[in-house]
Design a protein around this ligand. Sequence first.
Ligand code: SAM
Ligand code: SF4
Ligand code: SF4
Length: 315
Amino acid sequence: MPVENSDNQSCPDYSNEQLRMISEHPCYDPKAQHKFGRMHLAVAPKCNIQCKYCIRDNDCVNECRPGVTSKVLTPQEALEKTRQVLEEHPFIKVIAIAGPGDPLANDETFETFKLIKEEFPNVIICMSTNGLALPDRIDDMLDAGVQTLTVTVNAVDPEIQRQICDRVVYNGKLYKGKEAAELLINNQLEGIKRAIEAGIVIKINTVLVPDVNDDHVVDIAKKMNELGVFIMNIMPLIPQAEYAEWRVPTEEERKAAQASCEPFVSQMRHCRQCRSDAYGLLGEDLSQMSEERRNMVKMETLRKSKTKSDKDKDD
Ligand SMILES: C[S@@+](CC[C@H](N)C(=O)[O-])C[C@H]1O[C@@H](n2cnc3c(N)ncnc32)[C@H](O)[C@@H]1O
Ligand code: SF4
Ligand code: SF4
């Protein structure tokens, strides 16, 4: 069944199973965001590239941005956390690994997913990567049960990419400058193509960096359309690291970028730029709540599920 989208979009035909996953994934379907939650397991601290806007931090309790976590977990700790959280919050349907580094640069990612898939075969397994190692790890990802995947694509032109990331380590070798940017883009495009062929549903993240890639996002969207990417998430730059002095794109600039890309790839407009250990509904990160507030949310969830089962019995 083709997914509803613009006329000139070369969307693959999605299977019923893929459509079910999309409808239960709070980032892929805006209607799912108030019903279903996701949990990020922070098991992946290392990264194989250095984006000029990224700072990865552990022990951050109060900061709410990508790349931070309170603690890096081992695969076994991640499994135990999943047991506890899914029991208390059964509305969480997606178990994801999104850092604090790059999931494909950490073998713990695959160990964790295998443990989780064995015990919770019905959850949606999701991952977020820069895509450098994607062509090499598709089979490992399929073995580990990955079904939905986000790739961060900030440029499809190496001259623009090198202004955002110009250092990558691939097969033990350091690449710099334009060569690094070219390698990253080629692997991302090849990896996305192969992942889609393998049945993985793809979202891309694009960090909107004013005066660097803002006029270029539409070229990214056109390329993603050719590949059959499901949805594109244009996120505003959080100024830090080498981009600490850069300006944040205005709301108008972000909306204009989304509008220019919409004819080519559907746009996600409800991203919360979550932490690497966020869990719960998108707008209600339980990792950031006090014990007391968490218990209130838990009681409310139990109350709602009891009301629903009472209503189902009556019907
Ligand atoms: C922390 S990364 C983890 C996954 C993976 N390493 C990646 O880059 O896709 C998750 C997302 O946060 C984004 N991100 C990191 N630092 C950011 C910043 N300063 N401003 C906006 N987005 C940022 C990344 O580009 C990526 O899309
Ligand atoms: S790929 Fe992800 S974790 Fe690595 S430097 Fe870039 S944003 Fe940070
Ligand atoms: S950062 Fe955005 S895309 Fe990722 S889990 Fe949060 S809301 Fe979804």
